[in-house]
Design a protein around this ligand. Structure first.
Ligand SMILES: Cc1cc2nc3c(=O)[nH]c(=O)nc-3n(C[C@H](O)[C@H](O)[C@H](O)COP(=O)(O)OP(=O)(O)OC[C@H]3O[C@@H](n4cnc5c(N)ncnc54)[C@H](O)[C@@H]3O)c2cc1C
Length: 390
């Protein structure tokens, strides 16, 4: 078992780390102050990142992406996770792997422009009445000749304001449960597509979270992603690696940044004539954070290894989703404590990282839902979950 990064991996991770430090972290204060990322800045970081080949690195090279393995994806996503969601989206893209299910004609219209950064995409599954229970959606796609008419609505759609198109779940045949849901590619601006309000959030400043409404949107066969009735399965299969990257790896990256802020401050800040890092209760908070981040990171890489081996990684992905998100929450809480009153000050990065950290236990499936996945898997296969073939 070799834990060392290859020369290529070191080069990749080091280059991304320097890009995040030099180009993205300096933009954070302005986003918090202004509530948005200025369009000119968004364009600038996209162009710089794109020129360096950092955009859409998770997508296979044959479609113009970076073609990274799952392990390499997690290594770079950890670095992305050190900065704000909005900056990650603009600089590195948010190209959902579900788009790889596109037919050739669909690839030209949706996948390839997304990989080039010409069009951006959000995923629109959650509805006011259906969150954890994604099968309970009421958005309907009713057959109309060769196509469908789409009616209903979604909410909390991340980055919806900026997105050009959406992967939307809709019920195509209520009687066909559990194959009653299909996914559709829906362009903003289609007749009947309406943008609702941007739901203000307690963190993630700069990112929009939109309500969207479909008022009899006409869809043709070209809008169907994957098979009719295969929507829940497709979402389940293709969003796992995305979840591991965008929640698991980014949570580890964010926790690592908080740990660095914590240790730097503990070394600098003096009380009672010594650095606070010399006090055992501060050391305990640092030690616990180091241990928990290291454990989460190992689990993350193991889950990615499972994916690269072509094995069923769903339970591993859920374990990481839970552990990395909860680790981040504990580390963020300790970081505020180590900073004392300064940790509660709005202008300090720890304060906003604390607020941003809270969502990791909720979006992309709550900790409770992912615990049900882990428990079901363990009850079904027992120790086979950890079997590595020996
Ligand atoms: C900032 C943000 C960004 C988001 N981005 C997107 C996006 O881009 N696209 C999208 O489609 N959605 C998005 N979401 C939605 C997100 O995925 C859902 O909020 C999440 O899945 C939980 O659904 P819910 O909010 O309806 O909570 P509910 O499902 O109503 O859950 C409420 C509580 O009940 C618990 N619960 C529910 N069922 C069970 C169960 N069976 N066992 C035990 N406990 C249970 C939950 O764990 C939770 O604690 C976003 C949400 C937020 C807040």
């Amino acid at each position: 078992m070799d834990f060392a990064l290859s020369d290529e991996q070191q080069l990749l991770v080091g280059t991304i780390r320097r890009f995040v430090d030099a180009e993205l972290l300096p933009l954070e204060d302005e986003i918090e102050r202004e509530g948005r990322l200025a369009p000119a800045k968004a364009k600038e970081i996209f162009e710089k990142s794109h020129a360096l080949g950092f955009y859409a690195m998770n997508i296979p090279e044959q479609y113009g992406g970076g073609g990274l393995s799952a392990i390499d994806t997690m290594l770079v996503e950890e670095q992305f996770g050190r900065t704000k969601d909005i900056l990650i989206r603009r600089a590195f893209g948010n190209v959902y792997e579900s788009l790889l299910e596109c037919t050739d004609a669909q690839k030209t219209r949706w996948l390839l422009p997304a990989v080039k950064g010409e069009r951006t995409c959000s995923i629109a599954i959650t509805e006011p009445g259906a969150g954890s229970d994604a099968a309970a959606i009421t958005t309907r796609a009713v057959r109309d000749g060769d196509g469908w008419r789409l009616t209903g609505g979604k909410h909390f759609i991340s980055d919806g304001e900026f997105s050009d198109f959406f992967i939307v779940s809709a019920v195509t045949d209520p009687a066909a449960r559990p194959r009653h849901v299909s996914l559709f590619l829906v362009d903003k601006g289609m007749p009947g597509f309406k943008v609702g309000r941007d739901q203000p959030m307690m963190g993630l400043t700069g990112t929009s979270h939109l309500e969207i409404v479909f008022d009899d949107v006409p869809l043709t066969g070209e809008h169907l992603l994957g098979k009719e009735g295969g929507g829940l399965r497709l979402a389940y299969e293709t969003l796992g690696r995305v979840r591991l990257a965008q929640v698991g790896a980014r949570a580890v990256g964010k926790a690592t940044r908080l740990l660095t802020l914590m240790t730097d401050y503990a070394n600098e800040r003096k009380q009672f004539g010594k650095a606070i890092g010399e006090f055992q209760m501060i050391q305990e908070m640092i030690a616990d954070s180091v241990i928990e981040i290291s454990a989460a990171r190992l689990m993350l890489l193991r889950a990615a290894w499972e994916i690269d081996q072509g094995r069923d990684a769903r339970a591993w992905i859920s374990m990481v989703k839970i552990d990395a998100a909860e680790t981040l929450g504990r580390v963020a809480d300790r970081a505020v404590q180590v900073f004392g009153g300064m940790g509660y000050c709005e202008e300090m990065p720890v304060a906003r990282l604390y607020r941003d950290a809270r969502i990791y236990r909720i979006f992309d499936g709550t900790s409770e839902i992912h615990r049900t996945v882990v428990a079901k898997s363990a009850l079904k296969s027992g120790a086979a979950l950890w079997d590595i073939g020996a």
